[in-house]
Design a protein around this ligand. Sequence first.
Ligand code: PMP
Length: 487
Amino acid sequence: MVDPGGGAICNGTLHNQSDHCHRKNCTRNGMVKEAQDFVPLYQSFENFYTRNLYMRIRDNWNRPICSAPGPLFDVMERVSDDYNWTFRFTGRIIKDVINMGSYNFLGLAAKYDESMKTVKDVLETYGLGVGSTRHEMGTLDKHKELEDLVAEFLNVEAAMVFGMGFATNSMNIPALVGKGCLILSDELNHASLVLGARLSGATIRIFKHNNMQSLEKLLRDAVIYGQPRTRRAWKKILILVEGIYSMEGSIARLSQIVALKKKYKAYLYVDEAHSIGSVGPTGRGVMEYFAMDPRDIDVFMGTFTKSFGASGGYIAGRKDLVDYLRAHSHSAAYATSMSPPVAEQVIRAMKFIMGLDGTTQGLQRVQQLAENTRYFRQRLSEMGFIIYGNEESPVVPLLLYMPAKVAAFARHLLKRKIGVVVVGFPATPLAEARARFCVSAAHTREMLDAVLEALDEMGDLLHVKYSQNRKSARPELYDETSFELED
Ligand code: PMP
């Protein structure tokens, strides 16, 4: 077996911590020998990290779940006999674990019940597969119905839907910008935005997370200096941001970003994967949260994988934009279109939120989510934890900082039947490991209290209550008033 650092890892016999290996070039002893004659393929540090740190705590990731991702779920028990190099299932199922990790914001990712009857009907009538692209034989009335509904939900002229959220970003950004264009991208943007930006061939510049001074500097420089060498004006400038950032819980400072984009005549693309359905008085996302005019955002993007309990994504905005993408998006030309029952699940969920099912239950879910979020965040800050993000954000990162604490935290919580997502390097800076909770409207007060009680104990045990009664560790990131436009 060859390890990524360029040294050989001894095959078969596994070292434990005290073993010392004498094989030539083996990197297990903690000493990383870089290849001498050419540039190493991987950073030696990452190699060191993976083996010496991640390996020891990796039981806290990729845990197999064997039920729908509702507020409670079932976890398959597994153990390791060799310090996490391999895992073995015990056959036992840990039932009814409180799920604090899934993006099931409105509780719509439940398993089948009567409210999903129309999804079953569509499955019976249409089948599952479409077997063709939107451009060929894969445009169904269900897609049209969903697209009209998305446009109505967002209060924009038109929308187009795609089979995958990730591809909605990575395949549509290249249709909008290319060589000679400039993308200004938040440093914490999701991988799908980053990939789309790179595939587009446009020049990419990164601004500090949610930092308006940093964005304005890039915009001003772009307008003043134009393209490198030729100094020609950029063909287009596109700002890429997210509604809610999934590792930070922060909400984009949309009103200020819009003011900047107007001032410097740039376009704005907002990825609402986590914010659509989950913020705003009626779940319409960040545009509604900031009470803004939808015409201020040039490209709305979102996914159906979180609040809507389905899969796929959308692009919405002006009709000419959507018509252009219908013709030019790689996703429309080369990817099979969305499965009809999936489209129906989104239609059902969206009608539910909009009250078009004749009830107010959808709206109640949006309100319940807001209430659960406020309660959960407030109790955590009272306990003295450092939590990131806006107070209204259902994505709640709790800072643990040290990787060893991450492991103890997640293992202890699972023993108490609480399932959490923990995040560390390379998804976060090395010393900013954290737990990332996703609050759901389907969490009952009892569930949240059980989690909070366990967290309180865990906070004392692990000494992770790093802050006392402060709302946020980084108020400047969330305070709307801390930035003024320069004249
Ligand atoms: N954009 C953002 C901001 C996301 O967080 C994600 C996934 N979590 C995606 C796009 C990709 O969406 P999907 O998982 O629906 O493919």
